[in-house]
Design a protein around this ligand. Structure first.
Ligand SMILES: N[C@@H](CCC(=O)N[C@@H](CS)C(=O)NCC(=O)O)C(=O)O
Length: 338
């Protein structure tokens, strides 16, 4: 009796592990579509355009993975998720990956059992207030009402910041960026706090952005990146190396405009390995030899994706800052393709 119970338990555990490890790559290939979790909408990062086509910096990561796996950047089902619903969507298998300004933290990795496959945006939490409040530092916000998105690191950092500065606040909990914007503009809160990139994205859509100031304090580290479930390393490798391919392509000077020519073969062995004219890197991932070529041809390298969606020439207007290549004094550093 005891023995069969013991073996029964083992079988269940074995099955669970098998299910968790079951090939997401095979599922995606069989479905012919990548199910990619994104936000409900943050301008420049992930938002449907006037034709209902999803666009943005995070959207590009989904499209890049679809290009790598299915040779088709349009083969993506975008699944909008909020700060609260995103982790259930990933854990349950509703989505194959999440590419949604999600901060890599210890507990999300170790406790929630997700694998962060890299960082596509180094961010930090900031505060925005109407200029007319005359506030110049976050430390002057004692007693303020603060619009804060639930289920986020923002919520936790806010509590830490106010507590460590011995000041108080009243939270106004909200679910989505759209709601935050609406509540903040309606004066339901004095302050809106989120990742600085999210503040820039929100402010860019205001009728009069200059009537709002982003305060100088950045109170946290928010390394944002794509994530997958624990247990499927083959799939994790594909998402990780797709992002690395975008980052390395910028470093190596490969762009959407010159990738076809470079894929004819170059004098640089790393470019050749990345683009599949030398070595077997694609096969090692379970993909075609031209997987990275497809990524760069369809979405561009990291710099192109940054400049096209959120860079200084866009309404979002973000500088590269920490998100510059390591060769330009930033933190972007892809491991070698060999
Ligand atoms: N990086 C933080 C915050 C992410 C977050 O949810 N940010 C908001 C404000 S920019 C957002 O994406 N809202 C869009 C939505 O809820 O759909 C986290 O991972 O918890």
């Amino acid at each position: 009796m005891k023995k069969s119970l013991f073996f029964g338990a083992l079988t269940v555990a074995g099955l669970a592990a098998g299910a968790a490890a079951a090939g997401t790559l095979d599922d995606v290939k069989a479905r012919g579509k990548l199910n990619c979790g994104v936000t409900t909408g943050v301008p420049g990062f992930a938002e449907p355009d006037a034709n209902g086509v999803w666009q943005g910096f995070d959207v590009a990561v989904c499209r890049a993975v679809a290009a790598a796996v299915l040779s088709d950047p349009t083969a993506v089902e975008f699944v909008p998720t909020t700060g609260k619903t995103r982790f259930t969507a990933l854990a349950s298998g509703e989505i194959d990956m999440l590419a949604r300004n999600t901060t890599w933290t210890f507990s999300r990795d170790v406790d929630l059992k997700f694998e962060f496959t890299g960082i596509n945006y180094y961010d930090g939490q900031g505060f925005m207030v109407p200029k007319e409040l005359g506030v110049s530092s976050a430390k002057d916000l004692d007693g303020a009402t603060v619009c804060i998105q639930t289920g986020t690191t923002t919520e936790l950092n806010l509590a830490d910041f106010f507590r460590s500065n011995n000041i108080s606040y009243e939270p106004v909990p909200i679910e989505t960026s759209a709601e935050a914007q609406q509540q903040y503009l309606a004066g339901a809160c004095d302050v809106y706090t989120t990742d600085a990139s999210g503040l820039a994205a929100t402010r860019a859509t205001f009728e009069d952005p200059s009537a709002h100031v982003v305060l100088p304090e950045i109170v946290s580290k928010e390394p944002l990146g794509p994530l997958v479930r624990h247990g499927d390393h083959e799939w994790g490798d594909i998402v990780r190396w797709t992002l690395n391919a975008m980052i390395a392509a910028e470093e190596l000077g490969i762009t959407s405009a010159n990738v076809a020519e470079m894929a004819e073969g170059t004098m640089n062995p790393e470019i050749n390995r990345l683009l599949g004219t030398e070595g077997e890197l694609g096969a090692m991932l379970g993909l075609e030899a031209d997987w990275a070529r497809n990524v760069i041809a369809s979405v561009g390298n990291y710099g192109e994706v940054f400049e096209g969606n959120i860079g200084e020439t866009t309404p979002i207007g973000l500088a590269r800052g920490l998100n510059a290549q390591w060769t330009d004094g930033g933190l972007l550093y892809s491991p070698p393709f060999r």
